[in-house]
Write a protein that binds this ligand. Sequence first.
Ligand code: ZN
Ligand code: ZN
Length: 339
Amino acid sequence: MRGDAIAAAFAVEIRERYGDVARDRWPVSVDPRPDELLSSWINRLALANGIAPRSFSGVLGCGDGMWSPRLDLQLPGHIAAFLGDRSGVPQDAISAMALTGWALTPLLLPRRENTRRQRSTWMQYCPQCFAQDETPYFRRQWRLASRISCFVHGCGLRDRCPACRSGIVSYDQGQLVPQHFCARCGFDLRGAPKATVKAAVRRLEHVIADIFTVESAKRLAEASDVILRVQRAPAAADIGSARTLANLSTTARIRCFGELAAKPLDWLVTDKDAAVAHRRWMIAAAGGHDRFIACFANFLDKHQARPRSTCPTRPSAELADLLAAYIWGENKNFSRRHA
Ligand SMILES: [Zn+2]
Ligand SMILES: [Zn+2]
């Protein structure tokens, strides 16, 4: 009787529940940052909870090699659910950080661990973004071959550690060290030298990004056409490389865009559909200014305007004035409506 009483006294339910809670939730919760890539958030989550990323692969049952970049491309449902349960971050927010189903997937830099000269690595970064981040993290946009500069700081992106020339291998970090330190040599990537990209080259990059934004929001067929054109940019630039854009290092892509910035934009904007070509010219003429593009996408939708000629017309000097006049008119209408 006495033994049973002791057993009953030790069967304290509160203690069991406490154990379950500690097992189910990791102690430190980490919120995703704007445009953060899934593998970056996983690294931060692991480190915040005292586990090095390489060991964290075992916690998720993901195996060796580029385990978290694999999750970026394909996040199994059971891992998304497990991460959601343990981190307290909603599962849809976790899935949204993966790259699955992204219209620009064909332009992702290939997953590749070796870093042979002139060849792409799988990830880029901006040293200045890292320097300003409260907790440095990798952006989804940095995975795209069509991105060569930081839209915030205007400097060139980097795809290697300047000290040891390794690519980014934060998934293989065996120490409790934040991901802005090179996992091979420990160099602080915030201190990487600034890469300069000329204004005309950055302007071309913005135009391409804006054409993607407009076309991927509308018709997929057009988006895939322009994606194909950008993939073939090295041939259009005539830089003596048979590789597609995604196979070139960031330095080689900056050079490629530099050649293209000095050429007419036919390689990018011509299309058998004159209306599509016309819209691309307009975006190019607007210089990738978001506001101009938003107004004109809206204008074209409202008026279904199509040029009479079947040949795409080039933007004239007057086009910028025309755009400005249209926006001025729209602003006036808006003011009247809201007076
Ligand atoms: Zn930046
Ligand atoms: Zn290094």
